[in-house]
Design a protein around this ligand. Sequence first.
Ligand code: ADE
Length: 310
Amino acid sequence: MCKDDNTIKELIIGRRVGFYKVRGEIGCGTFSRVKLAFHALTKDKVALKILDKTRLDTQAQRLLSREISSMEFLRHPNVVLLYEVVETPSRLHLVLEYAGGGDLHNRICNEGKLSDTTSKITFAQILSAIKYMHNINIIHRDLKAENVLFTSSGCVKVADFGFSTRVSNRNKVLDTFCGSPPYAAPELFQDECYLGPPVDVWAMGVLLFFMVTGTMPFRADTMGKLRRSIIEANYIVPPWLPGPCQRLIKGILKTIPAERYAVDQILGCDWLLPVEFPWSLVAPEPTGLLEGHHRADDRLYCLPCKSAES
Ligand code: ADE
């Protein structure tokens, strides 16, 4: 392939990276662009996160190396998989599992709040991903609806580990403010140090509120007001939400981290108990070389979001 004139031309103009043929842009961040690409032989789609090495300052380099080292450890059906990293003289390419069903933020902005059943199915998958990460001492630190992606069959994939960190144990104190302010736990605004897992749990509480109501629990026109409303846990749970869901939100959005529900308490909550598995809507896994990265029982975790309510 390397001797083929067309391949060489494509490599030079950036239309090809290793075995991947690069297509249009599907996202962008401060230091990166994400493009759709597909494997020239297997035709499997991937998301290519492209970083210009010359534009990365020391802080961005540190975050990128954390992102890669966290992702190297992560193998879970509800977490975007890092297939490989391809380096060229000027760029780094993270070859990521492609989630072609859009993100949770856009879905709610376009279609409104999720139904109770869809919320349960979506939340259960996020919870499964977070439990797995915390078990191997990885803290995400940037959980938000924009980072919850869907595959075309509706399976949840938690993405963007740019602020993640690996801790030596779950009681390790952290000291860097990370993430998006509307999802930030109160201790991030108040204390110099914080524990990782409760910060991800708080963000899951904000996500849950957003899914079931279509609105954010903490909104303000200035950062100062937002900070105050989060520190005071100044939010209103709509009375029309089912009781078990109201209790779960209140158990998660507790200002004192030690009083906040732990992941295992969330797993055992009443609200999640009656999730019915919609087998008929689960698409079969695609075939191809990249399939080797998945586990045989992946389907068990891939609960469609447009689920059984029809
Ligand atoms: N945007 C950012 N990461 C993505 C991914 N893995 N799949 C689809 N779109 C994305």
